[in-house]
Design a protein around this ligand. Structure first.
Ligand SMILES: [Cu+2]
Length: 100
């Protein structure tokens, strides 16, 4: 019981620390879904938040997805909403990454 209590304390602390935290990322759009207000992105590392991965982000306003299509490279600002939601606040299409 004692262990459970301290585990939830850590969880609460973590949540209050993460709430409203924002980050910047870049990646390639793999799919856009205005009906569910979401976008699937393969993104690079997002500093202090997560490594490279493919994941689905939600947006508050579907108009953010206008003009964004599969294959586009985007720069975005996201907000972390505990526990596991990542919401894109701003997104702009940028030129493709230079060939390496
Ligand atoms: Cu991610």
């Amino acid at each position: 019981m004692k262990r459970l209590a301290s585990a939830s304390l850590i969880f609460l602390f973590a949540c209050s620390t993460w709430a409203g935290r924002t980050g910047e990322g870049e990646g390639e759009v793999l799919g856009v879904s205005p009906e569910s207000k979401s976008v699937l992105i393969h993104h690079g590392e997002i500093k202090d938040m997560m490594g490279e991965m493919t994941m689905e982000f939600t947006v508050d306003d579907a108009s953010l997805l206008k003009g964004v299509k599969q294959g586009d490279r985007v720069h975005f600002t996201l907000e972390q909403r505990p526990p596991f939601d990542y919401v894109i606040l701003k997104m702009t299409v940028i030129p493709p990454a230079p060939a390496q």
